[in-house]
Write a protein that binds this ligand. Sequence first.
Ligand code: PGA
Ligand code: ZN
Length: 429
Amino acid sequence: MSPRIARLRALEILDSRGVPAIEVEVTLSDGATATAQAPSGASTGRHEAVELRDGEAERYGGKGTRRACGHVEGEIARALAGMEARDQAAVDGRMVELDGTADKSRLGANAILGVSCAVARAVSVSRREPLWRTLSELGGDAGEAKLPVPMVNILSGGLHAGRRMEFQDFLAVVHGFGSFSEALRAATDIHGETKRILDEAGYTLTGVADEGGWGPALRTNEEALQVLTEAIERAGYRPLEQVSIAIDAAASHFYEDGRYELQSEGRWLTAEEMVELYARWAGRYPIRSLEDGLEEDDWAGWEALTQRMGGAMQLVGDDLFTTNPARLRRGIDTGAANAVLVKMNQIGTLTETFAVLRMAREAGYRAVVSARSGETEDSFLADLACASGAGQIKVGSVTRSSRLAKYNRLLGLERDGELSWRASTSYPE
Ligand code: PGA
Ligand code: ZN
């Protein structure tokens, strides 16, 4: 007999910024129990599913999740009771139907995603198999499962580091190494070397940014590229062959009235000038991936950017697509971007996340499985990245346990020896 959903519990917990999040615990009829925690973004896209917050100003500034928890233990628990846990599509479909809104705002995408992930994990517990195996079956592509290349945050700006510079993330993609653990070690070397360079240049660092990278008040955005390129070389690695640079501009968050405001540099750029800027940077620095280079609803700009730079560069839509099948479809049809950032809580269920991954694969778009800036100690994403065969994971820097939960899980999966890792001297593949 296939196990059925017997009990749901929810708990208001805290995320890596000390903001309430939600943990869901699922118990199946065979006694298997598992939990999952839902993350939360800061530089959110306009078209994301909505997380439910209590709105009581006197508790956590209105950000409590007790109402979302109440929905899990009330309406959702009643609706899912007795359902077959292995039928993830039916479970997720039932929650979407019950919620009844297009953006999951009634029950809360945080509540729904927590249940969705906890059910999958409970099934893996019941089957006594690693989570990635359960997930790869759900994704319908078990043969593709592999360890992902990490895209590691080194320097932060934007909403993750007090807006000291406008571009949000400068990352090291550690692809040309013999194993995942070697790649991760290289990333920690680069992270450390970056600190030494910043210290020598007289920048004061008093802590790390939201995703564990450094958040210095650099003179210009371009200086981040100079520092990171130097750090890669000083750490002894070969740019482009072993380590490439990725940028997440998160450009929607410094876009105002049709212009990109580089306030720290005292200048304002049009979309065309932004594309020129990227082309110039790509000629000077080993950049091979650019995320959210333009504003999230500027489809024409994205098309132009993709035509100009899509040949050699991975162009990732995060706020542009918000892990939404309809928006990804539009991008594929119009030639906007050539890769999608996959964040489960932007869409709110595992089933819809897999639909996006499948759509990307079929269209020849790359996919990057990603965390949020507000994370928890849940390592679910490590298994999802492996199971999806996406080949790339972006979960922040090599400090802060919310980030390390994912990397450390991947180290364990590598040790277990069932998943392959492929070194690549040319990125993106
Ligand atoms: P967020 O940032 O989680 O704050 O949205 C992550 C990203 O932009 O990739
Ligand atoms: Zn992003």
